[in-house]
Design a protein around this ligand. Sequence first.
Ligand SMILES: Cc1cc2nc3c(=O)[nH]c(=O)nc-3n(C[C@H](O)[C@H](O)[C@H](O)COP(=O)(O)O)c2cc1C
Length: 108
Amino acid sequence: MKDKVETLRIDYDKDTLDIKDLNADPIVQFEYWFDEAVEANVPEPHAFTFSSVGAYGKPTSRIVLLRNATANGFSFFTNYNSRKGHNIDVNPNVCANFFGNNCSARCV
Ligand SMILES: Cc1cc2nc3c(=O)[nH]c(=O)nc-3n(C[C@H](O)[C@H](O)[C@H](O)COP(=O)(O)O)c2cc1C
């Protein structure tokens, strides 16, 4: 496993992230990155890892599909009776992680 994982490394040197280049509005910045991912044909750029924490402090993650992003937040469709639904009820602190593997534009 270790050998296989080491050979899979992609070099992400082409672009850098500097806080001074970011838009002050996080949603505007997100839209910019999202458009970049769409233009680069990233598969399912609206899919993201959504992490939540349940009553016993145990974190869980799963993939969901973004429906909208506004100043009110990010939205996705789900079942309120799912594990993530119950988690959000007891703890509204969650995490959304988008992986924009834009190799054509970002990787050497
Ligand atoms: C590509 C992809 C997209 C998915 N989109 C959603 C979604 O938008 N909403 C959702 O509730 N589950 C979605 N799922 C299923 C979730 O990943 C998860 O298995 C399911 O919601 C149950 O999660 P939970 O038991 O942790 O609540 C998606 C799965 C995949 C692979």
